[in-house]
Design a protein around this ligand. Structure first.
Ligand code: WTA
Length: 569
């Protein structure tokens, strides 16, 4: 679908002149907004919450508006400061030190946000886990990070294989467990002081681990430092276009990077009221959230927009959505069809943004004051140098497809892959961070996403590594070999499709396939379970034994199979 550019609407935007700003901007300018640029004392939790709590003008302003089918709660900056202080005291009491990994495995709730900020206040490193993870996914992450403490809820506890995690010293349970075996969040909080002597850290000290999937091996711990706040703050201002009286809603779960960088840091660094919605997706609840909370800035994902689109116009018309003034998207290609729908449904453009777990914050974006070319991810953020490079890291001319790459050294860049320096190094070629996405840049500097260059699957905006799914599949008693690919899907972007061979003695049946599907779902997580499973006589492999997922994909899509010279006999 080829669409005309959509003109920027005039308005009072934080970033008025993109070109001029891009040509002149230096990150040092952003630093002046932080008190640490003078005091030298740094902690991202201070800048997100305490700073606003200390200011009489914002002390009682709503920081968090939490809303779920069974709970409504609002916390001011002052209240969130006190609660996170209390939790930091709890952590200190239980011997948490700067640099320790403290993981959170729980549903979105006010307690989650207080705990997360409390962890940062002690100088420890927070590791939020997606609530849908099952036992193996939880184990892999706690094991690799050598987490010392976990905060979870009674209903998720059974997915934590405690006996296999020797480094995990303590578990804090949120919600009554009825047992003395674990530390009670409520009891400890009641006893804890609301005053806390914050651990001041260096800009380059660690604060966050997000595990993410590549095409090989287990998920990797992407390590972020306090310095990322510079970019969270500035992108919040210029891309989210946040202003003091905005009510902002980011729909992402804090188990994924969007839910921390833009569900916690960007809005609060900018002192803006942040809506968090718990519970499952439903068009009525989502539109209802916008209407009831008067959401003005909304950051979501193509999958969600596509679901709302298919729910029809009636679903939207039941609600007053007139508070909305700015909408953004991330995680997958944003179809021009969705943008057209957005113009009709909200009378607003949906602004695509591109970035990754590893990049920590937005890098290529559409801005309110810039004309938009539907289907394009937009232009690099000021201070960011983006290019299309070949495999040796040489820049390619306009309109040529290649590796989407970013010049090393932006503020929120990951600083390590946990326990895996080789993996970290492998991202960089010739001074460029190479993203693994293919794209091209047009002659006017707009970037256009083309696809992944590796086998990573993007299903409903969630990154899934085929290796993880394959490993789980072959643990099933009936499965001999497995190859997993992403298959294009109109609503989810991609779905997970598995090709398997059966062990002797097993034959194909609907029950068996469903059993295998459930096995992956119960072992890893619902979003990693294959929606389609096809039984084959053999799985194509290279002579060195690597599964040829590309060939599986070509078969699936009915495409030419290309070079198969490395195929095993
Ligand atoms: C994909 C999410 C097309 C891309 C913040 C990237 C996108 C991966 C876009 C990172 C976009 C993200 N258009 N594709 N606007 N944004 N992606 O680490 O393949 O969960 O490499 O970070 O999602 O996913 P991750």
């Amino acid at each position: 679908m080829d669409m005309q550019p959509i003109k920027a609407r005039s308005g009072n935007h934080n970033l008025e002149n993109y070109e001029q700003t891009y040509n002149n901007f230096k990150w040092d300018e952003t630093k002046k907004n932080f008190s640490w640029s003078e005091t030298g004392k740094i902690n991202i939790a201070y800048e997100t919450i305490d700073k606003h709590a200390e200011d009489p003008a914002t002390k009682d302003k709503a920081a968090l508006i939490y809303s779920s089918p069974d709970r409504e709660e609002t916390l001011s900056f002052d209240q969130l400061k006190r609660k996170s202080n209390q939790f930091a005291n709890v952590l200190k009491k239980h011997d948490i030190e700067k640099g320790d990994r403290v993981f959170l495995f729980m549903h979105r709730s006010p307690e989650f946000y207080a705990a997360f900020l409390g962890i940062l206040k002690t100088g420890a490193i927070a590791g939020p886990l997606f609530e849908a993870f099952m036992e193996q996914a939880v184990r892999d992450r706690l094991e690799d990070s050598e987490a010392k403490m976990l905060i979870t809820t009674p209903d998720l506890l059974e997915r934590v294989p405690q006996s296999e995690l020797p480094n995990l010293e303590k578990i804090i349970l949120v919600g009554d467990s009825g047992s003395d075996e674990y530390i009670s969040f409520e009891k400890e909080m009641e006893e804890a002081s609301e005053e806390f002597d914050l651990e001041w850290v260096e800009l380059e000290d660690g604060m966050l681990l997000h595990y993410t999937s590549g095409s090989t091996g287990k998920p990797k711990g992407v390590y972020h430092v306090h310095n990322a706040m510079i970019q969270h703050y500035q992108t919040g201002k210029w891309v989210l276009d946040l202003k003091d009286d905005d009510v902002y809603w980011c729909t992402a779960d804090p188990g994924w990077v969007t839910g921390t960088s833009y569900g916690i840091f960007a809005p609060w660094l900018n002192g803006v009221t942040n809506v968090v919605r718990g519970g499952r997706f439903s068009p009525d609840d989502w539109y209802g959230t916008i209407a009831e909370k008067n959401v003005s800035v909304w950051y979501s994902a193509p999958t969600a927009f596509r679901k709302l689109l298919s729910a029809g116009e009636d679903a939207a018309q039941k609600h007053d959505l007139s508070s909305l003034r700015h909408i953004l998207s991330v995680g997958e290609p944003l179809n021009p069809e969705v943008i057209t729908w957005g113009l009709k449904a909200f009378d607003l453009r949906i602004h695509d943004t591109w970035w990754m777990t590893e990049t920590g914050a937005m890098l290529i974006c559409n801005y309110p004051s810039v004309d938009m070319r539907p289907g394009s991810m937009g232009k690099p953020f000021p201070g960011i140098e983006a290019a299309i490079v070949d495999n040796e890291g040489n820049e390619l001319p306009a309109n040529q497809m290649g590796n989407l790459a970013i010049k090393e050294g932006w503020p929120s860049m990951m600083r390590a892959v946990w326990n895996n320096p080789g993996k970290y190094e492998s991202y960089f070629i010739n001074g460029w961070y190479v993203s693994g996405d293919s794209a091209y840049k047009d002659e006017d500097g707009y970037f256009w996403f083309q696809g992944r260059l590796d086998d990573v699957i993007n299903t409903s905006g969630e990154r899934v590594g085929p290796f993880e799914v394959e490993s789980k599949l072959i643990e099933h008693e009936a499965v001999a070999e497995a190859g997993v690919i992403g298959k294009p899907d109109p609503e989810r972007g991609e779905i997970i499709k598995a090709f398997i061979t059966l062990r002797d003695g097993y034959s194909e049946s609907d029950e068996l396939l469903e059993d295998i599907r459930q096995f992956v779902k119960n072992g890893l997580s619902a979003h990693a379970a294959p929606r389609e499973i096809e039984i084959k006589d053999t799985i194509p492999k290279t002579r060195s034994g690597k599964i040829m997922r590309r060939l599986l994909k070509s078969w699936e899509l009915g495409l030419p199979t290309g070079d198969t010279s490395t195929l095993e006999e």
